[in-house]
Design a binder for this molecule. Structure first.
Ligand code: SF4
Length: 734
């Protein structure tokens, strides 16, 4: 099997090429998959007789994980070609890079790797100022890249830029297949393209003549190779397919990427012949910083990727330091997306509501790259931005690189070193996150958190009444109110929170991190565990295994431990008695209406739900079963429950299993740790992954169940709402 990616400037005809190449390959008897990676999602139209198809991103948005099926997003087109459209966000409100990663990840999870193909064709979007551009270059996707270009110079500049990107990604393995000349009808166009091809040592695989046949075929929803099989265009397209087929048996036909320097491109534009390899390596070649980063590129074969980018994770972590500025070295759209991403915007909204100033997003700024960086690079922009910020009086800086600076090989470290030498009293730290090139949100978060932890001083003594909180995150709006729960819980024991790393801290509290006598993880997730590991490994800082407590049962153990560790047993007993008194009083009130009612509990995430099961039993409710969801990579970290053996647990739980289990008797309520949509014939509540800290979270859930239970489970209007949904689905399908 070989995977090829079709690259080129926006509007150069990549989708047309891709569909025709796929068609010709299929006619040669090859089993072909075509994946359209452009948010325009029109790549496979000609293979589907002019029909559009549901994009994977739309599908993910509208379909819960347990209802997803591969056949819903992989359609069969002409000659048995399998067709997928990744889709993308609306311009300006999302990142196509992240979307494409989500698509690939979803296809993998749905079992795409089990399907047999001879050739996979990726039709890539043409905008270099976009993370989606880089995704198929990751080495687990495209083996070979075809560059589509006309003789126009912007098109050739884009082709050269793509060669730089390939060079940054190739790990020394040849990955360039050749050039496809898609002529625009310029004078001596093939001569210009030929000159460029010779300069970069690549063959021109085919020269597609400018022809009205393409428009005609497109209007009829067919590939040119099908509608006009005897045309010159079809003959040239056949050459490309033959070349792809030859790669199947002989990948050594793939060539090194040898981009030209800007100066060489200028000479080429002036009509000069540029000899291959003359004048040293272009940016992205062995002498540049981008090359050094190649060693650290993440091999995503080894683990699943989630829908986000390392730059966003790094920005989230860095911008938690109140007295530092986080400079996002990338396009304006990255900063926009990161500032309005759910975690930051939720914090922002919550803080505004509480009248707090200086929200996390206001400490971020961007170098605002635009398309000119494909010609000039972005180092100058970074230098200018940092100098402006210094003039404004800022003293501490985190610089986070995005996919775009990664693709074009900007060396942010060199720029920052030069400025730092001129300002030795200021603090600078570069996080080479490189957007989605270096990994996902967690990778960037851990890398940045690790860098922030470098500020921790070794000569600070612990204080008797201080603790630190590690790895707090508040993703959901409902969690804003919980932000102060952890410090509040410690206050009850007369203990101060010294540093909230990484959540809301400053340079000083990080430097004095060792003042904390004990260190507690707040969220049990890979980010927090990664940070804990870094703190333990490099700094020898011990992080408690025990998480902050959820629910009454855990709070009892926690209060005893705090009393013991901090020598305040009497106070701890007092606090416990008070909390327990409040808990029992509220539970008794709810029990009046809830005793004897039934619940089904669903758990899709690895976090413990024992506090929920404790609560239901305290409320006198009957738990019909506990469904454990099928997320394989989560199950590895799921801890055993205290209730196993006493309650009925169903592993490999699914929505179908719910229907089976509740055929005879519907539970009064379904309680789930994830969003589940409407549950027919009963009530539903979701507490999401992180419910809060201490006893309050339990009482919140009890109150919610009580309220829901007072409402009817089935009412006429709900049926109307459902039939509306059904009609909407049918309209959509047609
Ligand atoms: S850095 Fe992140 S937000 Fe920016 S283009 Fe890359 S994936 Fe998208």
């Amino acid at each position: 099997m070989i995977q090829i990616a079709i690259y080129g400037k926006g509007g150069i005809g990549k989708s047309t090429m891709s569909a025709n190449i796929s068609y010709s390959l299929a006619r040669m008897g090859k089993r072909v998959l075509q994946i359209g990676c452009d948010p325009k999602h029109d790549s496979t139209r000609a293979l589907l007789g002019g029909r559009g198809q549901t994009t994977v991103l739309e599908y993910i948005k509208n379909t819960p994980p347990y209802d997803r099926r591969l056949e819903d997003v992989v359609l069969e087109g002409k000659m048995g070609i399998k067709c997928v459209e990744a889709g993308g966000p609306e311009p300006g409100i999302g990142c196509a890079g992240r979307g494409i990663l989500s698509t690939f990840d979803t296809l993998k999870r749905l079992g795409m790797d089990d399907m047999d193909f001879d050739v996979k064709v990726y039709d890539v979007l043409g905008d270099v100022v976009c993370g989606g551009f880089a995704v198929p270059l990751r080495n687990e996707y495209a083996d070979g890249v075809y560059l589509v270009t006309s003789g126009e110079f912007m098109s050739l500049y884009a082709a050269n830029n793509i060669l730089k990107g390939i060079k940054n990604f190739d790990k020394g393995i040849p990955r360039t297949a050749g050039i496809i000349a898609n002529c625009r009808g310029m004078d001596r166009e093939l001569e210009v393209i030929g000159r460029f091809a010779r300069a970069v040592s690549l063959p021109v695989i085919a020269a597609i003549p400018r022809s009205g046949l393409f428009a005609e075929a497109e209007a009829r929803g067919m590939p040119v190779a099908e509608l006009f099989p005897d045309s010159d265009a079809a003959a040239e397209l056949g050459k490309i397919s033959a070349h792809v087929a030859s790669l199947l048996g002989n990948p050594s036909l793939l060539l090194d990427s040898k981009p030209l320097t800007d100066e060489q491109m200028g000479r080429l534009a002036a009509g000069e012949e540029v000899r291959p390899n003359e004048g040293g390596a272009a940016p992205g070649g062995p002498s540049c910083g981008g090359c050094a980063r190649k060693k650290a590129l993440i091999d995503a074969k080894s683990r699943p990727l989630v829908a986000s980018c390392a730059a966003a994770g790094a920005v989230y972590a860095c911008s938690s330091v109140r007295d530092a500025v986080t400079v996002i070295h990338g396009p304006r759209s990255c900063a926009h997306i990161m500032s309005s991403s759910r975690n930051l915007s939720e914090i922002r909204r919550g803080r505004r509501r509480r009248g707090m100033s200086d929200p996390q997003f206001s400490r971020m700024c961007s170098t605002e790259m635009d398309d000119t960086i494909s010609v000039f690079g972005g180092a100058g922009l970074l230098e200018e931005k940092l100098n402006d910020l210094i003039l404004e009086g800022h003293r501490n800086f985190f610089i986070v690189t995005t996919c775009v600076s990664g693709i074009i090989g900007d060396n942010a470290i060199d720029v920052v070193n030069a400025i730092s030498n001129a300002h030795p009293d200021l603090y600078f730290r570069v996080i080479e996150a490189d957007g989605n090139i270096r990994g996902d949100w967690e990778d960037g978060y851990i890398e940045a958190a690790d860098a922030i932890a470098d500020m921790i001083r070794g000569d600070v003594e612990p204080s008797p009444d201080c603790v630190n909180l590690v790895g707090e995150r508040y993703f959901f709006r409902a969690n804003e109110e919980k932000e102060d729960e952890a410090p509040e819980m410690f206050r009850k024991f007369g203990i101060k929170v010294n540093c909230r790393l990484i959540h809301d801290c400053d340079m000083e509290s990080v430097a004095n991190f060792r003042r904390g006598r004990m260190n507690f993880i707040v969220n049990d997730d890979t980010g927090a565990r990664g940070l804990a590991k870094a703190l333990g490994g490099r700094h020898g800082i011990k992080i408690e295994e025990r998480l902050l407590p959820y629910g009454m049962h855990e709070f009892r153990e926690f209060a005893e431990m705090i009393g013991r560790e901090f020598g305040r047993e009497d106070l701890a007993r007092e606090v416990l008695a008070r909390e327990e008194g409040e808990y029992l009083a509220e539970i008794a009130a709810h029990r009046k209406s809830l005793e004897g009612r039934t619940a089904a509990v669903e758990s899709w995430y690895p976090n413990s739900i024992d506090w929920v099961l404790d609560l239901l039993q305290d409320l006198g409710m009957r738990v019909m079963f506990v469904g454990i969801g099928p997320e394989r990579h989560f199950r590895d970290v799921r801890k055993p429950s205290r209730h196993e053996g006493r309650l009925r647990f169903i592993t490999d739980y699914s929505r179908e299993r719910f229907d089976e289990e509740t055929k005879g008797e519907k539970p009064d309520i379904v309680i789930s740790d994830g969003m589940r949509g409407d549950v027919e014939g009963t009530r539903h509540t979701a507490f999401m992954v992180r419910a809060g800290v201490g006893v309050r979270c339990t009482l919140r859930l009890a109150a919610e169940i009580d309220t829901l239970m007072r409402l009817p489970a089935v009412e006429g209007w709900r049926e109307y709402a459902k039939s509306d949904d059904r009609m909407e689905d049918e309209r959509y399908a047609s």
